[in-house]
Design a protein. Structure first.
Length: 58
């Protein structure tokens, strides 16, 4: 999960590098979030975390 407005870890560089290193992992880009996604998109973060954790136990 990365905020598209992140100015510390620029998504245009980080996302392709992540996809190259982890080709089977999903990348969630949040258009209205910056570097601190937990502050900018808490509800989305919690929902994605719940989906991830539920997928681990299924």
């Amino acid at each position: 999960m990365i905020g598209e407005d992140d100015t510390a870890l620029l998504p245009r560089y980080v996302v392709p590098a992540f996809r190259l290193g982890f080709p089977d992992s999903p990348v969630i880009e949040l258009p209205d979030a910056g570097h601190f996604t937990a502050e900018d998109a808490l509800e989305t973060l919690l929902a994605l975390l719940e989906l991830f954790l539920n997928g681990m136990t299924a």
